[in-house]
Design a protein around this ligand. Structure first.
Ligand SMILES: Nc1ncnc2c1ncn2[C@@H]1O[C@H](COP(=O)(O)OP(=O)(O)OP(=O)(O)O)[C@@H](O)[C@H]1O
Ligand SMILES: [Mg+2]
Length: 374
């Protein structure tokens, strides 16, 4: 079994509808139940701030700070993490909401929130992801990149640097007589970063597909077939330096076209993740709501398993309103699969009875209007 990364203490201050709470936990799963608007998703969001990025709502920090409070919010957590016990503090201060959030590890200021990835990984599934299959390709790319990032912490920096180089190229191309050598330089940079991104994504999809395949007969969940399309589809089997050359040449040859379009038309920023329901052999976008949810559950759990297998540490799993679309049998099967991953899972719902099958594998908490009772 992988090591179980455990959150054993969580303190929130001026976080959404929580003025100030302190929560002690053990290594069991945590079930949060309560009425609509009680603060269940808010608490999950706070846990999602223990990983880089803007959390499971992709929030603007100004929205996170509690309304009516002076501004700023904080999340403190004590964790048995990937390098032993660690105390994490993160948040913003009043007037700094537009900036990135601060991070302290064991009381010392960290250079960047990326340092969180040395201590824990957090994987989530929320109702807002329900539209993933039928929504915009940018949502699927973001989903994919978050999956890659939790295995390859460099991926985020590469993607940001690629964006920057691409913006520079687009700007240059909009000039009447762009400097060709400067363009060459930016395109080489884009080729190196873009191909690294594409290969990291491809590797993740391959690993995930193997795991989904392996879980095929484990219970009532459908499995998905995944493929990437939209960027050098026929070239990605070649050695990396050749792919870089091909992409750099594509960019060079595409200058006129891209200048006319006002943007770069080829690149990893155009990739889409195609997902199909395997047993039925139809596009996930055409599946029923419940089928889509089950497919998504399968992907997210396979990913959590992948993170556990590759790092030796089971990630913290956030499953918001997970049982809503599932019948009793599928719910019990889901809990067993979550359990088998070996990590600590946080689950929410409006009805405690939905989680009965978990028995004493979980700690049950009731959320009410920004307070939590055991
Ligand atoms: N910055 C904020 N300050 C104060 N309250 C906020 C802030 N942001 C959101 N809220 C409030 O927090 C409440 C709880 O939201 P949350 O999404 O956690 O509810 P929930 O328990 O998950 O409900 P549901 O069952 O409907 O999903 C909402 O009423 C919302 O208006
Ligand atoms: Mg909610």
């Amino acid at each position: 079994m992988p090591h179980k990364v455990t959150l054993f203490s969580l303190k929130l201050h001026d976080f959404r509808n929580y003025a100030s709470i302190a929560l002690g936990l053990d290594d069991r799963h945590v079930v949060l139940t309560g009425a609509n608007g009680a603060g269940k998703t808010n608490l999950m969001e706070a846990v999602s701030f223990l990983t880089p990025g803007r959390g499971l709502r992709r929030a603007a920090y100004a929205d996170v700070a509690r309304e009516g409070a002076p501004g700023g919010f904080s999340v403190f957590a004590a964790i048995d993490g990937m390098q032993g016990e660690v105390e994490v503090g993160t948040g913003t201060e009043a007037g700094e909401e537009g900036q990135s959030r601060r991070l302290r590890l064991n009381g010392t200021a960290a250079r960047s929130v990326d340092e969180l990835l040395d201590h824990l990984r957090v994987v989530w599934l929320t109702p807002s992801m329900d539209g993933l299959f039928s929504g915009a390709s940018s949502d699927r790319r973001r989903f994919l990149d978050r999956l890659v990032l939790s295995l390859d912490p460099e991926h985020g920096r590469r993607a940001a640097d690629f964006e920057k180089a691409m913006r520079g190229r687009n700007r240059l191309l909009s000039e009447p007589r762009p400097d060709a050598r400067w363009l060459d330089g930016l395109e080489l940079q884009m080729a190196e970063l873009g191909v690294a991104m594409a290969l990291a994504r491809r590797e993740l999809v391959g690993l995930l597909a193997d795991l989904v395949e392996a879980s095929r007969d484990e219970g009532p969940f459908p499995t998905s077939a995944m493929a990437l399309t939209g960027f050098l589809d026929d070239a990605l089997d070649r050695p990396a330096y050749e792919i870089e050359e091909i992409y750099a040449a594509t960019l060079r040859d595409g200058r006129f076209r891209d200048a006319a379009a006002g943007r770069t038309l080829d690149g990893p920023h155009r990739v889409d993740l195609m997902i199909r329901h395997r047993e039925k052999d139809i596009d996930a976008a055409r599946c029923s709501t419940g089928e889509q949810k089950a497919l998504l559950v399968g992907i997210v759990l396979a990913h959590a398993g992948l993170v556990a297998g590759m790092t030796g540490h089971a990630p913290i799993l956030l499953l918001d309103e997970i049982s809503a679309h599932l019948d009793e049998g599928r719910r019990a099967a889901l809990f067993d699969r979550v359990d088998a991953l070996g990590g600590q899972a946080f689950m929410t719902g409006t009805d405690r009875a939905m989680f009965e099958a978990l028995g004493d594998r979980a700690r049950f908490l009731t959320v009410e209007n920004g307070t939590i009772a055991g």
